[in-house]
Write a protein that binds this ligand. Structure first.
Ligand SMILES: [Zn+2]
Length: 187
């Protein structure tokens, strides 16, 4: 089961940022149904229903998250952009639902899914940066991808968003070296 709490919020903010159209895929957030599917894919409990207002506000949050990832690892710019998102969206409070122990909600009580994504995602990213530094937020090193990524592990600094991008760049570098030697037959 995926961990609940701020690491899930940060992962969801990153996935939301990466629905923006890029060189390798079209816009992946075109309908309220796409938004509901994204939330369900990140273990958001039912009921997950999204409408046009949710979608509009989620797209605004997506732009803001991409600006945050673009700012990293510049600490001042990163903090300014995350602080602006927190100031306009976050209202942390303890909540008890029937049968559920006290837990933290970060969004304002009347927010829609877009407001919830902006609030929880900016809090999740801010807590990751506070724990791991500004380098926790980055972009894929593949120039034809540049998707947002999180670096929270202890190992070597993560350069690529996924194994596909890592191997594509490795193969291209290998071909470039072969080409310089003028011996493509050696592959
Ligand atoms: Zn990538």
């Amino acid at each position: 089961m995926t961990a609940f709490g701020y690491s899930r919020w940060a992962a969801l903010a990153t996935a939301l940022a990466n629905t923006a159209p890029g060189q390798r895929h079209p816009d992946l957030l075109g309908t309220p149904g796409d938004l509901a599917a994204l939330l369900r894919a990140h273990d958001e409990p039912e009921p997950v229903d999204a409408d046009e207002a949710d979608l509009r506000d989620a797209l605004a949050a997506r732009d803001a998250f991409n600006a945050v990832f673009d700012a990293a690892p510049d600490e001042t710019a990163l903090a300014d952009r995350l602080n602006a998102m927190l100031a306009s969206n976050a209202r942390p409070r303890l909540v008890a639902h029937a049968g559920v122990p006290l837990h933290l909600h970060v969004d304002a009580p009347d927010s829609n899914w877009g407001g919830w994504l902006a609030a929880s995602g900016s809090m999740g990213l801010a807590l990751l940066v506070a724990e791991h530094g500004a380098e926790a937020l980055g972009r894929c090193g593949a120039q034809d991808c540049r998707d947002a990524l999180l670096r929270t592990g202890s190992g070597p600094t993560r350069r690529f968003c996924c194994a596909t991008c890592a191997s594509r760049v490795r193969v291209a570098a290998h071909r470039a070296r072969q080409g310089r030697r003028g011996s493509p037959a050696a592959e």
